[in-house]
Design a protein around this ligand. Structure first.
Ligand SMILES: Cc1cc2nc3c(=O)[nH]c(=O)nc-3n(C[C@H](O)[C@H](O)[C@H](O)COP(=O)(O)OP(=O)(O)OC[C@H]3O[C@@H](n4cnc5c(N)ncnc54)[C@H](O)[C@@H]3O)c2cc1C
Length: 266
């Protein structure tokens, strides 16, 4: 690990100002991605700006229509929240399946979606639920946020402040976890919105990161049941192939995980 200067700002404005001053600054949230990357010397930020102690960035609120999670809220706090469990049980379930307890006690929703790992869980929920990502500069719709592997619409120095999830009529999440890391070999989040629309997103499968699955959305719109997907075939074009699973295997996993997610959603 190279030498760096650690900062602990107490407000978002202070954090943004520190970022501008640093020659190659990086924000730190739970550190579960950034610190290992620094230890491996794959990143050497001049300044590390810790967002995890900014009170305005921690906590969550549930209203009649929306679950709003502030960026530095940990996976554990989302999984353990009674209001989230009642409003969007699939979201609390997803958070409860991330990594292991050590990861869940440190990792944050903002760090997860800013990093946009192609096998991370939260991007599937953000995309399928049609969430809005709020930053210190603007609001970004989920459909416009994820831009490919480890890439998002965030500008240099822009800070995610919170993620607002519309509460759906039904939602479910199912993932086939990698047995060591628990990252998704493939995970599928299915949503029926209150207006009857269906949105489905898969993580861990595509070479371009999280993606919507139009064929499954169409089948579930016609008939919201696991059986509606029996005749759906997912092409393996553009899916990842690695030592953990071929693209063909992942194509099948998308369908099977979607069926399980619909069954879980009820
Ligand atoms: C062993 C292990 C197992 C894991 N298993 C899973 C799993 O099963 N599923 C899963 O989804 N994830 C998994 N993770 C990832 C983990 O969930 C973390 O959430 C993720 O690494 C990033 O979140 P963080 O808070 O640690 O971010 P950090 O590592 O602190 O930051 C990550 C990146 O996001 C940027 N960033 C952070 N916050 C903001 C913000 N508010 N605005 C703008 N940029 C920001 C940082 O600058 C950095 O570039 C695992 C990690 C480990 C180490």
């Amino acid at each position: 690990m190279y030498a760096t200067t650690y900062h602990r700002p107490s407000s978002v404005d202070e954090a943004a100002a520190l970022f501008t001053k640093g020659s190659e600054a990086k924000y730190l949230a739970g550190g579960h991605t950034l610190i290992p990357v620094m230890k491996q010397r794959l990143a050497s930020p001049s300044d590390v700006i810790d967002l995890g102690k900014i009170k305005d960035l921690i906590g969550l609120e549930v209203s009649a229509d929306t679950v709003t999670i502030k960026t530095a809220t940990t996976h554990h706090d989302v999984a353990a929240s009674g209001p989230v469990q009642r409003a969007i049980p699939a979201l609390a379930h997803l958070a409860s399946m991330i990594g292991d307890p050590a990861v869940r006690y440190r990792g944050t929703i903002g760090g997860s979606i800013a990093n946009n790992d192609p096998a991370a869980d939260y991007p599937a929920a953000v995309l399928a639920l049609g969430a809005t990502i709020r930053t210190n500069k603007r609001s970004i719709a989920a459909d416009d946020f994820f831009k490919g592997l480890f890439s998002t619409a965030l500008a240099d120095g822009e800070i995610i402040t919170q993620v607002a999830f519309p509460i759906p009529a039904k939602a479910g999440y199912s993932k086939f976890p990698h047995p060591a890391s628990r990252f998704a070999l493939t995970g599928v989040f299915v949503v029926k919105t209150k207006s009857g629309d269906v949105r489905v997103a898969a993580t861990g499968a595509s070479q371009n990161g999280v993606m919507r699955i139009a064929a499954i959305e169409a089948a579930l719109k016609a008939n919201w049941s696991p059986g509606a997907l029996d005749s759906v075939t997912i092409p393996d074009k553009g899916l990842m192939s690695d030592i953990h699973g071929s693209s063909d295997y992942r194509a099948n996993l998308i369908k099977v995980m979607a069926q399980r997610a619909v069954a879980a959603a009820g």
